[in-house]
Design a protein around this ligand. Structure first.
Ligand code: SF4
Length: 375
């Protein structure tokens, strides 16, 4: 199982909470796309085997790609890999880019899953976050996308300053009324060096309230469960058959190749990441040099990552797998540390699998860090 990630590092405007790598100057988009294609050619042998099972266009804003640019990238992928016949091919799109014409272009290019950055159906939330779309566009874009795509996910953000439980419930009901098979829902986090952080420091925006976020999470998990969604990862909810294959492969530690500025790659042992600067990225690729750094993960790094990612999923930590992959020392450590969390009612063990309980769900990252192995 192998995955390809393509990072499109351009956005129309900077959302106030975002710390991803992107540029709002799209002047060099065409040139950068050519360099992405060149990077694909340079790195085509890095993945084990030739077959791609999932392809993910993320960003940034991949829906800013023109039909020619998208075709250029897809052709390069097809010329350098064998794409599994039913591979999951996702494109992240913002509602303001989803015109009927663009939706048809994405479909024609072979995209079979759309991940739409809705975030909220309320104008005040969208303005606070400086999103480029409005609430009407959010709704209309989904209605249009549904005419051509069955596999659609939308992103929603909760815990936004000033967002009441009622407003969050309305967002959930609006989302549910659209009949979509998948939702990704994130608690708003305030990252360093973002506009939102500065606005909070200056007292222009209320700080994020952790209790409110917790309440929103509980409302969300309860309501989506009632509606037949499986909460298969901390931020992801899917109907059967619609879990994100790409993300699931990542949580299971499968290899992936990340193309484009700031993109990360993993081959099972090493993690690599490209430079987060469009100009330096392009210069380097032009010279045939990969603009990346890498680190070899130690057994402890890999164990800690395994615990962190798997505890966020319904599949949990497989004790036998821990022993097989990391050794008896790590298994013994895991069982010792997990027993405390089990006594507290935050973890449960069913045969060989440890998962978070309902009580521990919102706290899974903190619980995972208690299970970490510290050298
Ligand atoms: S569109 Fe997405 S990547 Fe771009 S600034 Fe907004 S949140 Fe960040």
């Amino acid at each position: 199982m192998s995955s390809l990630y393509i990072h499109i590092p351009f956005c129309k405007q900077a959302c106030h909470y975002c710390d991803f790598h992107f540029s709002t100057s799209i002047r060099k988009k065409g040139e950068l796309v050519s360099m992405l294609c060149e990077e694909i050619r340079l790195r085509k042998d890095e993945l084990p085997g030739k077959q791609l099972d999932t392809i993910y266009f993320g960003g940034g804003t991949p829906s800013l790609l023109s039909s020619e640019e998208l075709k250029q990238i897809c052709d390069t992928i097809n010329n350098n890999f064998e794409v599994r016949e039913d591979a999951e091919i996702t494109l992240e799109a913002n509602p303001d880019d989803l015109t009927l014409e663009n939706i048809k272009i994405f479909k024609k290019a072979g995209i079979n899953r759309l991940s739409i950055g809705v975030q909220s159906f309320f104008e005040e939330d969208l303005q606070l976050m400086n999103r480029a779309h409005n609430a009407t566009e959010a709704l209309e874009s989904i209605q249009m996308a549904k005419q051509f795509f069955e596999n659609i996910s939308i992103d929603l953000i909760y815990g936004i300053p000033g967002m009441s439980n009622e407003r969050w419930k309305t967002n959930i009901e609006t989302a549910l009324s659209l009949g979509l098979p998948h939702f990704s829902c994130y608690a708003l986090t305030i990252e360093p060096n973002t506009a939102l952080k500065k606005m909070i420091e200056k007292g222009k925006v209320k700080p994020v309230d952790d209790e409110a976020a917790r309440a929103h999470f509980d409302i969300l998990t309860m309501r989506l469960k009632e509606k037949g969604f499986t909460h298969y990862e901390f931020s992801n909810y899917g109907k059967p058959g619609f879990f994100s294959e790409n993300n699931t492969a990542y949580w299971f530690g499968k290899p992936y190749l990340g193309i484009g500025p700031s993109a990360h790659s993993y081959d099972g042992e090493n993690r690599k990441w490209n430079i987060s600067n469009n100009t330096l990225y392009m210069k380097s690729i032009e010279m045939g040099k990969l603009p990346l750094e890498q680190e070899e993960l130690s057994t402890t790094d890999r164990y800690n990552e395994y615990v962190m990612t798997r505890l966020r999923t319904i599949w949990g930590i497989d004790i036998n797998e821990v022993e097989e992959r990391f050794g008896n020392l790590y298994k013994t450590h895991l069982l010792n540390e997990a027993s405390n969390e089990i006594k507290l009612g935050l973890l449960k063990q069913n045969e060989n699998v440890i998962t978070v309980t309902k009580k521990g769900k919102f706290l899974s990252d903190g619980i995972a860090s208690n299970l970490f192995f510290i050298n």
